[in-house]
Design a protein around this ligand. Structure first.
Ligand code: GN1
Ligand code: MG
Length: 372
């Protein structure tokens, strides 16, 4: 049975947060992070144990079966915990833990039907929206590689698909074409640029899915959203200590992750800028991330994995632009926005980044080649 709390709105956050604490008092609940889908809060507690935890309201329009997320999290965090017990790392590394309610459940549902869950906070750590230096790039790569490494021996079928169609670029393209058929976008230079940009790359959109269908890239477990600000850094040592945001850990391609990590990490202007001329893909940061990644991931990568790395970087930047643009055309139904043109601006950032990646194809391929 799931605990039902008599609440209607976010005003009752404290009552919800209280469901997840076993000792101490709540001293603060504040909005946290910059997620585009779920609502995230940092809860501070006056207790002798851990001082904070993360409370989240899962967007059930996006995650239709949020209990699968919790089930997956239990499965892979337990797997990783066992691995680390058996063979401890020689540096700080922590996994976020699922916190149970007082009734021993993994989540609670409020009277308005909202789905709430709590996750431990990685103490004395922080994340960054843009890369600060080359050392950090290497650490981000290490963090993704370590995460892949730790789940690489968990069979993919042990985890449920928490978000069907996620990172399947041809499906996003199909959805975009459907939206386009139903709407008459208000034409502007920005909209025209995006329409043309997508139309020039419709064949390319199939690259990774074709490779998967042809058996060139195996289905593995992936993180799903390893963007730069989902890696936590120790505030003292400045080393990566955790990867967070684990809702999309599910069967997929590690290439989606490699692409997502690089498209977000190598964009010094960040994905929220509107200064489109400042956007470029930084190949030094790319080299740093890949060096860190391969220092822990080399063992499970095949020749084909390397062969598709460049396409993955280009494709995930393009795909995210396509997702933002389609959402703009559809009336902003998926990503949270701060103003009506927000998703259009975000799409242009990703398309400019894709252009920069394309213009540096030879260098990027060389970096990958040299690192094998
Ligand atoms: C969304 O909500 P957030 O910020 O963790 C999205 C990712 C995108 C990202 C772009 C489930 O993640 O795929 O890369 O925005 N998550 C989902 O910032 O669609
Ligand atoms: Mg996310």
């Amino acid at each position: 049975m799931t605990t039902v709390i008599r609440t209607q709105s976010v005003e009752n956050l404290v009552a919800i947060a209280e469901q997840f604490i076993l000792q101490g008092q709540i001293v603060d609940v504040g909005a946290f992070g910059s997620g585009n889908i779920n609502d995230t809060f940092l809860v501070s507690i006056d207790s002798s144990g851990e001082k904070h935890f993360i409370l989240q309201r899962i967007n059930t329009q996006v995650f239709r079966q949020p209990q699968l997320i919790m089930q997956n999290m239990r499965t892979f965090t337990e797997h990783i915990y066992q691995r680390l017990q058996h063979k401890p790392l020689n540096r700080r590394w922590e996994m976020p833990r699922v916190l149970s309610t007082q009734a021993g459940q993994d989540y609670c549902i409020d009277a308005a039907g909202n789905f709430w869950r709590a996750i431990s906070f990685i103490e004395d750590s922080r994340s960054f929206d843009t890369m600060q230096n080359l050392e950090q790039a290497q650490e981000i790569g290490y963090a993704l590689g370590m995460f892949h490494n730790l789940i690489s021996d968990l069979p993919p079928e042990k985890l449920a698909d928490t978000l069907e169609g996620f990172h399947i670029t041809p499906l996003y393209l199909h959805n975009y074409q459907e939206v386009l058929a139903k709407t008459t976008p208000k034409l502007s230079p920005e909209v025209n640029y995006c329409l043309q940009f997508v139309s020039d790359r419709t064949i390319f959109a199939h690259t990774l899915e074709n490779a998967k269908a042809e058996g060139k890239l195996p289905l593995r477990l992936m993180h799903g959203d390893p963007k730069i600000n989902n890696v936590m850094f120790d505030t003292t040592t400045h080393k990566a200590v955790s990867v967070i945001d684990l809702d999309t850990v599910k069967p997929g391609l590690v290439h989606y992750d490699i692409g997502d990590c690089l498209r977000s990490g190598c964009n010094p202007a960040g994905e929220e800028t509107e200064d489109w001329d400042s956007i470029y893909f930084d190949t030094d940061l790319c080299q740093g991330i890949l060096r860190g990644y391969l220092s822990v991931a080399k063992a499970f990568l095949t020749e084909n994995d390397y062969a598709y790395m460049y396409d993955a970087i280009r494709l995930i930047a393009f795909e995210l632009g396509l997702r933002f643009f389609a959402d703009y055309l559809a009336g902003n139904v998926y990503f949270k926005i701060k103003h009506p043109e927000h998703n259009l601006a975000r799409a242009i950032v990703q398309f400019k980044l894709t252009e920069s990646i394309e213009s540096q194809e030879a260098q990027i391929r060389q970096i990958i080649q040299d690192m094998k």
